[in-house]
Design a protein around this ligand. Structure first.
Ligand code: NDP
Length: 291
């Protein structure tokens, strides 16, 4: 029986935001420039509206300017592209984030491709994805960046460790695999067509769930002592009515097996916005020729 340590992403993210606030103040004092983050939200997806509100609040708390553009669901693709182009040209805007998912009539790839790669604080532009893949400086997607920060804080060097990432999305799984490779892990990316997923997971010193299936990764899929990062955010019905959030990992079963694990909520989730703020400051520094 292993004693399972809880990886407190909420506390880590709070400390990171406090540090960033100091760095932003120093940057403003030095350059006279206030880093600005523009967030574009199209439509009325309630979860997206909550994220956008939190992003705006935390951006302002860090001493940066927050520009929110809320557009109705029937906005055309041309209108969204025109807004992105205007934000690309706006000197007060250093970071641009288009909240996904976009309504079905809008081609998300076309929108992402229009964002100036230097302002692409979500790191979804092919230029940033490509730079990450070939080992050049890039704006890196926020959730994977947050995962690696928590892993390094928990384990120190990740060199030589077996990492299994379950999920291969462009937003989480693939960039996380790239980052783990950059940390000298031996990386396996698993997905819906992987054969004998439990056996693949049991090889992992670092096991990441980025699937979107409630508690799919069971306790006996985890190698004793492994570090488990649960990216999944799934809303499920509670026995007595109402709903609660669970991850992709059966958290209760992992106790006593995993060496360390991120809870849901309070693990990876809070790191995403903290990394978004960090990326915005990085983008502002580069645009001001200070990085
Ligand atoms: P996607 O739906 O884009 O990708 C899910 C991945 O999981 C796919 O690669 C899919 O494989 C794989 N998958 C699906 N079913 C299985 C299965 N039965 N066995 C193995 N692999 C499977 O999701 P995202 O990457 O966008 O998000 C994943 C989760 O992370 C979600 O719960 C999301 O809410 C959460 N999330 C959390 C964030 C945070 O801030 N904490 C940020 C972003 C996401 P295939 O490619 O073969 O279809």
């Amino acid at each position: 029986m292993v004693e399972t340590r809880l990886i407190d992403g909420k506390a880590f993210a709070e400390a990171m935001r406090a540090r960033l606030k100091g760095e932003v103040a120093a940057f403003v004092a030095e350059t006279g420039v206030t880093p600005g983050l523009a967030v574009v939200l199209v439509g009325e997806d309630p979860a997206s509206a909550v994220y956008v509100r939190n992003k705006g609040k935390q951006t302002a708390e860090a001493g940066m300017a927050s520009f929110e553009h809320k557009l109705p669901a029937e906005t055309t693709q041309e209108e969204v592209l025109a807004l992105v182009q205007a934000l690309n040209a706006d000197n007060a805007v250093h970071g641009i984030l288009v909240q996904l998912p976009l309504p079905a009539h809008i081609d998300a790839q076309a929108v992402l491709a229009t964002i100036d790669p230097g302002k692409d604080v979500d790191g979804f532009h092919v230029m940033n994805a490509g730079r990450l893949a070939v080992g050049l400086d890039a704006l890196v997607p926020c959730t994977p960046l947050g995962c690696v920060m928590l892993l390094k804080d928990t384990l120190g060097s990740l060199a030589g460790l077996e990492a299994v990432v379950v999920g291969r999305s462009n937003i989480v799984g693939k960039p996380l695999a790239q980052l783990l490779l950059r940390e000298d892990c031996t990386v396996t990316i698993a997905h819906s067509r992987t054969r004998d997923l439990p056996a693949v997971c049991r090889r992992a010193d670092i096991l990441v769930g980025a699937v979107g299936r409630p508690e799919m990764i069971r306790g006996d899929w985890i190698k004793p002592g492994a570090t488990v990062i649960d990216v999944g955010i799934n809303r499920v019905e509670k026995a007595g009515g109402g709903t609660r959030l669970v991850g992709d990992v059966a958290f209760g079963e992992a106790q006593g097996i995993a060496g360390a694990i991120t809870p849901v909520p309070g693990g990876v989730g809070p790191m995403t916005i903290a990394c978004l703020l960090a990326n915005t400051l990085t983008a502002a520094r580069r645009q001001a020729g200070r990085a």
